[in-house]
Design a protein around this ligand. Structure first.
Ligand code: ADP
Length: 160
């Protein structure tokens, strides 16, 4: 059987326990997960792509089935490049659904052989997103309970 490779794209600015939980669950469905750290020239990130990538690699260092790469451009083009026919996205709320519906339907038009697969957020992670973590960090709070174990955010990691 051919290996089922899925791409989990996102900003991961920074990675949270919500992302970590989705990746761990996706490993039950796919043979390999490529976490694709987006670099979008129109977006301003709090953490550099190197730092965002480093934290995810560190989180999954014991999982050879999880690869972490950065990418620019269209997610469907990245999927083609790495030989993946699946995009994983997490769904927390109906707002996520509306956003993902558009992205998923557009991606389907762009590339009809790529499927977007949605995993529902676990209830304990529904309120968790990277912008909450960024807010805490920017205001000098301790965000460690929201990020994967071992991810230490230091003031010098901030880009602005
Ligand atoms: P993007 O800028 O592409 O939305 P994010 O890093 O914010 O990037 O999110 C990447 C993916 O992870 C998205 O599919 C998002 O819905 C999902 N996600 C983020 N936080 C959570 C969470 N707490 N629970 C489940 N899924 C999540």
């Amino acid at each position: 059987m051919t290996k089922r490779i899925a791409v989990f794209p996102g900003s991961f600015d920074p990675v949270t326990q919500g992302h970590e939980a989705i990746i761990l669950r996706a490993l039950n469905v796919f043979d390999e997960i490529i976490v694709a750290v987006g670099v979008n020239i129109e977006k301003r990130y709090l953490f550099s792509v190197e730092t965002r990538t480093k934290w995810i690699k560190q989180t999954f260092k014991d999982y050879p089935q999880v690869r972490v790469e950065s990418y620019t451009g269209l997610t469907v083009d990245f999927c083609k490049k790495v030989g993946s026919k699946f995009i994983i996205r997490g769904l927390r709320t109906s707002a996520d659904f509306e956003f993902e519906r558009i992205a998923g339907q557009v991606n389907k038009k762009l590339s009809s052989d790529i499927e977007t697969v949605f995993l529902l957020a676990a209830p304990e992670f529904t309120a968790l997103n990277s912008s909450v973590v960024r807010d805490i960090v920017i205001n000098g709070g301790n965000a460690s309970i929201f990020v994967p174990e071992g991810v230490i955010i230091r003031p010098e990691d901030l880009e602005y």
